[in-house]
Design a protein around this ligand. Structure first.
Ligand code: GLV
Length: 326
């Protein structure tokens, strides 16, 4: 009997391909080509499932052109590349990859916060350029991290991981804003206090963004919000491009409206707003918050296990729209 056909949209760990090949006839993209939408549709047409990485958009056009598809398994916790409503209407299941990346991503959020506050990349560029000729009392003086006020917007699993690091590791005063308040127990675990978005922006020394992207969270931070922040504040975005108005941020950094920013995600990535590349007080990384090999492998395996479970008639492990199942 022939096996069901699936597509892996991007290059992936060989052991994940091996695992999937025991169950499916697998078309891979180990050359890691970036396919146009048309090519993606052509490859997907005869498949019942696809492993996506967050860069492949699944919308009504794709679903119409590929009616055999039953599941799209995202190797990412965020799933704003899925039009979940269109998928539900088409009876197509979406899955994401939560939990396995929480601590690694929180580590990176904290790394970016430290690098930004203590001007790590800016000072390294200075040194590499041969500009370090003498010590001086204020050379690359940065912002205090320990004991400062950490404001987290988006207090899901990753936000709570960052809060715990800040509160327990660095003695920070943690405040947060979220669509809903945490339970008293979760607030106590993170030593975090719920405040309005405005109070958070006005009082935090470091603002970390960890909200999922949706039309409602588009430009959560724009010129008006930047104007509320302390001139000494640092802004960290490890959420998604589009949560911050990158042009407004570049302007605020240029004018020293805020002290610095650390960005792992960008509007229109992998293209970066050119104005951001021109300002020195920003640390820029290419969407790598979950990038350790064990974590990326766990994310890929979870996506693979979702495909295997669902296409063999069992419940998917991390479904996004279970009611869609046909
Ligand atoms: C990465 O950005 C993810 O959503 O997993």
């Amino acid at each position: 009997m022939s096996k069901p056909q699936i597509l892996l949209a991007r290059a992936i760990f060989p052991e994940v391909i091996e695992r999937l090949s025991a169950h499916f006839d697998v078309e891979t993209n180990q050359a890691d080509d970036i396919w146009s939408k048309q090519i993606f549709i052509e490859r997907l047409k005869e498949k019942v499932g696809v492993l996506t990485t967050g860069g492949e958009r699944i919308d009504a056009e794709v679903l119409r052109a590929c009616p055999k598809v039953r599941i799209c398994a995202n190797m990412a916790v965020g799933y704003n590349n899925f039009d979940l409503e269109a998928m539900t209407t088409a009876g197509v299941l979406g899955t994401n990859a939560p939990d396995v990346l929480t601590e690694t991503t929180a580590d990176f959020g904290f790394a970016l916060l430290m690098a930004t506050a203590r001007r790590v990349t800016e000072s390294e560029h200075f040194l590499r350029a041969g500009q370090w000729t003498k010590w001086s009392y204020d050379l690359f003086a940065g912002a205090e991290v320990h004991g400062s006020t950490l404001g987290i917007i988006g207090m899901g699993r990753i936000g709570q991981g960052i809060a715990r690091r800040g509160a327990h590791g660095f003695g920070m005063n943690v405040i947060y804003h979220n669509r809903s308040r945490l339970t008293p127990q979760a607030e106590a675990d993170c030593k975090a206090k719920y405040v309005s978005k405005e109070e958070l922006l006005r009082t935090a020394d470091h603002v970390v963004l960890v909200v999922p992207y949706s039309p409602a969270s588009h430009h959560t931070i724009g010129a008006a919000e930047l104007a509320l922040m302390k001139p000494s504040a640092c802004l960290i975005n490890i959420a998604r491009g589009g949560i911050v108005d990158d042009k407004a941020l570049a302007e605020a950094l240029k004018n020293k409206r805020i002290a610095a920013a650390g960005l792992d995600v960008f509007e229109g990535e992998p293209v970066v707003t050119p104005e951001l590349l021109k300002v020195p007080n920003v640390v820029l990384t290419p969407h790598i918050a979950s990038a350790t090999i064990p974590t990326r492998r766990a994310m890929a395996m979870l996506a693979a296990d979702n495909l295997i479970a669902f296409l063999s008639g069992q419940a998917a492990l991390t479904p996004l729209n279970p009611f869609a199942v046909r």
